[in-house]
Design a protein around this ligand. Structure first.
Ligand code: 15L
Length: 266
């Protein structure tokens, strides 16, 4: 498939650009940063929150056959002000969705986050049916971006898969990470499944590996063809115990739930 990856120069983007290419996809990168090695002719140095610039990318791609899917990773990966978060996550998603509708692209895979439901207590099994329960303004923006995707699925009949990603790292670094880790290889497996699965409509998938200590529902992902292969437990004896482990274990969002993130919205 021909795939446009936004946030292509970021930590997840770099892994996905090469991983999806290795799986035989034709990958194009979009990022505010310059192209990574070897992608000069397949790269758009563009701010994903600029609707005109995003539309121009789709117009240019149309000249060489267009794209079949967008993988949207661009956005602030941490907590920031509410206005910056909404701009970064919701406005960028809106710019892409409008361009997709205008150019006949019918599939988007979105890097949402566990922080969209980060306030869910660990005592609850984390299914895709739990209510949106953000832990930060970052989480609020992810919830809003998911809602926008759902709206465009209903209005325009596109397909959208929201991946509520856990902790994407080369290996787990904390006790919480032994539950929330998403390996690089599983991330590629998951996104490949999300772009190729037939007719998902609107779907939510928890983006974690098959961790022994995981408690998030992996079945919706498996239904779409994402069968995680890695397990954080392999690294458990290298993860040091920390004073913060207990408080981080209380909710899905771990450290994002603590009071140091409390601040006025405006
Ligand atoms: C995320 O969504 C963030 O982008 C990342 O910085 C981590 O906080 C990660 O979730 C996590 O929950 O470990």
């Amino acid at each position: 498939m021909r795939i446009l990856v936004t946030g292509a120069a970021g930590s997840i983007g770099t892994v996905l650009v090469s991983g999806l290419t290795d799986r035989g996809h034709d990958v194009f990168g979009l990022d505010r940063s310059a192209a990574t090695d070897g992608y000069g002719e397949r790269w758009y140095t563009v701010d994903a929150t600029d609707p005109d610039a995003v539309d121009a990318v789709f117009t240019d791609l149309d000249r060489s056959g267009g794209v079949d899917a967008v993988v949207h990773l661009a956005g602030i990966p941490d907590e920031a002000s509410l206005t910056d978060e909404l701009d970064s996550h919701v406005v960028s998603t809106a710019a892409l969705l409008d361009a997709m509708v205008g150019h006949g692209v019918s599939r988007i895979v979105y890097a949402s986050s566990n922080h969209a439901v980060g306030r869910t207590p660990r005592s609850d099994r984390l299914t895709v049916d739990v209510r949106p329960r953000p832990d930060t303004f970052y989480g609020v923006a992810k919830v809003a971006a998911e809602a926008l995707l759902s709206l465009y699925v209903d209005r325009h009949g596109i397909d959208a898969v929201s991946l509520r990603i856990g902790s994407f790292l080369p290996q787990p670094e904390t006790t919480r990470g032994l539950s929330t880790w998403l390996s690089h290889d599983d991330a590629v497996r998951m996104v490949h499944a999300a772009v190729t699965t037939p007719d998902p409509g609107y779907a939510v998938v928890y983006g974690v590996s098959a961790n022994t200590r995981g408690w998030w529902d992996l079945e919706p992902g498996r239904a779409l063809g994402y069968d995680p292969q890695d397990d954080a437990e392999e690294y458990a004896d290298r993860v040091p115990a920390r004073d913060e482990d207990e408080v981080e274990a209380a909710h899905v969002g771990g450290p994002f739930v603590t009071e140091r993130f409390y601040r006025p919205a405006l």
